[in-house]
Ligand binder design. Structure first.
Ligand code: ZN
Length: 296
């Protein structure tokens, strides 16, 4: 957890050298400390400056082991169940989904690719974490590669691009959306999930909202600002919902005892109990699932 803490909010360092990534408007202070808000469209972004080297370090081997995710691999069952739910929505909303060439940005350990591979014609993906990609290829036998999507030549246009809980981590989400638009066939779809800062839970929690943690989460979209960004790059939103997530109790315990209350010893003492293997479905309605169609 150390590396995340060390990177938290360098005071007075402004990310906002450029204008709002969504609309080009001016980024002013927001009601939330450390976050800036576009005066024109309301887009919220972290007031931090992160170098590419720092980001590389953050997403090294440690990232998926407790920095942000409780042993991500141990969560496989829950994650795959959540992906199965999203695939069901994709099947309902995307014409000829079964015949699609699907590309995933931020494929991590390959759980989604493994889950979706039987449902589409071709499934492949990219992730910046070499450790995660190695596991995706070796353990899940999926077509994953390590690299930065922005510098990756796809060599073809695809039918569907997915970005699960990824856009909030990107330094320049606008550049990713622009490249995704050019990598998709006309009429192709992009599907994303990310926190919704306009949700009731986010508003109620304020600065303590669970999704606010720079520098891993740099951007805080709402349905409105994500829709604006997508429209600006030639997409039409065809679906927006707030699906719940299935989690096991252990990850919730970890979140509360270790990340929030800073009591890792209590967590370790309770962790041995099989009770925490139970899975429950939680919906705080603060994570949005958006599907958008590239206009011809
Ligand atoms: Zn704006």
């Amino acid at each position: 957890m150390g590396s995340i803490e060390n990177h938290r909010m360098a005071p007075g360092v402004a990310l906002a050298e450029g204008p709002c990534l969504v609309c080009g408007g001016f980024l002013g202070n927001s009601a939330l400390p450390g976050l800036l808000r576009c005066e024109a469209c309301g887009f919220v972004t972290a007031n931090v400056s992160v170098s590419d080297e720092e980001l590389e370090r953050i997403y090294g081997e440690d990232y998926f082991h407790g920095n942000e995710y409780l042993d991500y691999q141990a969560e496989e069952k829950s994650l795959r169940q959540n992906f199965r739910d999203r695939i069901r929505t994709l099947m309902a909303k995307v014409e000829n989904f079964g015949d699609s060439d699907l590309f995933e940005i931020g494929c991590a350990y390959g759980y989604f690719l493994a889950e979706v591979s039987a449902d589409v014609r071709r499934a492949s993906g990219i992730d910046i974490s070499a450790d995660a990609v190695a596991a995706a290829r070796d353990k899940r036998n999926v077509d994953a590669m390590c690299g930065d999507y922005l510098n990756h030549e796809l060599g073809r246009t695809v039918d569907v691009i997915t970005m699960w809980d990824t856009i909030e981590h990107l330094k320049r989400p606008d550049q990713f959306i622009a490249k995704a638009a050019s990598d998709l066939k006309p009429g192709g779809h992009i599907a994303l999930t990310t926190g919704d800062i306009d949700s009731l839970n986010a508003q109620f929690r304020g600065k303590n909202w669970r999704m606010i943690h720079p520098p891993t989460h740099l951007h805080y979209f709402s349905v409105a600002t994500l829709t604006s960004l997508l429209s600006r790059h030639g997409f039409e939103v065809v679906h927006a919902s707030h699906p719940g997530n299935s989690r096991n109790l252990r990850s919730i315990l970890y979140y509360i005892m270790v990340l929030r209350l800073k009591r890792p010893k209590v967590y370790e003492a309770l962790n041995a109990s099989r009770l925490f293997d139970l899975r429950i479905k939680i919906n705080l309605f603060d994570i949005m699932f958006v599907i958008a169609r590239r206009q011809a």
